[in-house]
Write a protein that binds this ligand. Structure first.
Ligand SMILES: Cc1cc2nc3c(=O)[nH]c(=O)nc-3n(C[C@H](O)[C@H](O)[C@H](O)COP(=O)(O)O)c2cc1C
Length: 365
């Protein structure tokens, strides 16, 4: 039996064997931006999962753009070599057709923090903290360090750094780049009127607020023309007066014109005042709104872990793909589980075939 979740899809120039994506997930386990043994095992595990699209974690374009000391980067040749080593290993064991992407990012005012399991608070004196930057000098939360508002030269330098990181992504062998414009990180800080209160050409109207993210998209496109480009957006801030669906549709259209082939539709992360009505598939309607409003392929994400629900989302055209994050940490064989539940063949590496009957039994429970 065939399930739409397991039907192929083309995004830009890339063919994906199915509509299941691993959503990007920071591992906070890098060494000055370079992938470590943790990444090698994690990426190899995801490679074996059978998800057609593996989007690796937020990867920062400069040291100052890291959330924590453990965040991955592509700001040096050493970073690129380490990423290539981990990616080569993952590709050697990957299920046929699996594509790997890096999520290029800058944390802006949400940088210089402890790892989540160390408390996740801004780094303190003695913890090698650094000055954070943003669109405007407004902290994420009162009491957190006040960011330095980037000046024109700073913005232009960062556009270049996104370009340099994109070149390194191509060198490392990634198949696609996702621009992280969500969750209150730097590109989202420029897009949202909550965090961007500039009076110059980079703030004010939506056209001005999206000028920097768009310049980044064009620079990345030019720097890595052979890689498919997509973007993740926080389609809503979930705060009155914040960034919302109508503006997100315009940004998605502009990203499409700049060469993006999909939008991953997430939300929130830019204000502690957000009121998010979470629940199974709570962001799916945002993926539908962007798909219909901007006429671009979308990936739905957020609390989608039931295979029947995932299949329904793509079958009914609410989104073109689904992305799962925590489900893949809990069960890196989730696509096997979904195949078992949907009566689809489980495509396992030959070394693992003797376990397939077990997954078929577990999946129907
Ligand atoms: C450990 C962890 C790390 C994450 N890191 C990132 C990241 O690097 N980039 C990003 O856009 N979202 C990140 N997210 C958000 C996920 O990609 C996803 O949008 C969110 O967890 C909701 O999906 P889920 O319900 O399937 O987990 C992270 C989530 C988790 C749990």
């Amino acid at each position: 039996m065939s399930a739409h979740l397991f039907s192929p899809i083309k995004l830009g120039t890339l063919d994906f064997p199915n509509r299941i994506a691993v959503a990007p997930m920071c591992q906070y386990s890098a060494d000055d931006g370079s992938a470590t043994d943790w990444h090698i095992q994690h990426w190899m595990n995801l490679a074996l999962s059978g998800a057609g699209m593996v989007t690796l974690e937020m990867t920062d374009v400069e040291r100052r753009g890291r959330i924590s000391h453990g965040c991955l980067g592509l700001y040096s040749e050493t970073n690129a070599a380490a990423a290539k080593r981990a990616l080569d290993a993952a590709k050697r064991v990957a299920a046929p057709g699996t594509k790997f992407g890096t999520q290029l990012a800058h944390a802006g005012r949400k940088a210089s923090c402890q790892r989540p399991w160390e408390g996740g608070q801004p780094l303190k004196a003695g913890e090698d903290a650094w000055t954070v930057v943003s669109a405007s000098a407004i902290p994420f939360v009162v009491g957190h360090p006040i960011p330095q508002a980037l000046d024109k030269a700073g913005i232009e330098a960062l556009i270049e750094k996104f370009g340099n990181a994109a070149e390194r992504a191509a060198q490392a062998g990634f198949d696609f780049i996702e621009l992280h414009s969500a969750h209150g990180y730097l590109l989202h800080q420029f897009l949202s009127p909550l965090s961007n209160q500039r009076k110059d050409q980079w703030g004010g109207s939506l056209e001005n607020r999206m000028r920097f993210p768009l310049a980044v998209a064009r620079r990345v496109r030019a720097a890595a023309p052979s890689l498919m480009l997509g973007a993740r957006l926080s389609v809503k801030d979930w705060v009155d007066g914040g960034f919302d669906v109508e503006e997100a549709i315009k940004v998605a259209k502009a990203y499409k014109e700049a060469g993006a082939s999909y939008i991953c539709c997430s939300s929130g992360g830019n204000s502690p005042l957000q009121q998010v009505p979470t629940g199974a598939g709570y962001q799916v309607h945002l993926a539908t709104a962007i798909k219909e409003g901007a006429n671009i392929a979308t990936r739905a994400v957020g609390m989608i872990d039931d295979p029947l629900h995932a299949n329904e989302i793509v079958t009914t055209g609410q989104a073109d793909m689904v992305a799962l994050a925590r489900a893949f940490l809990a069960d890196p064989r989730w696509p096997w589980r979904a195949a078992g539940r949907l009566g689809h063949d489980i495509l396992a590496a030959p070394q693992l075939m003797r376990a397939v009957h077990l997954m078929k039994q577990w999946a129907v429970k």
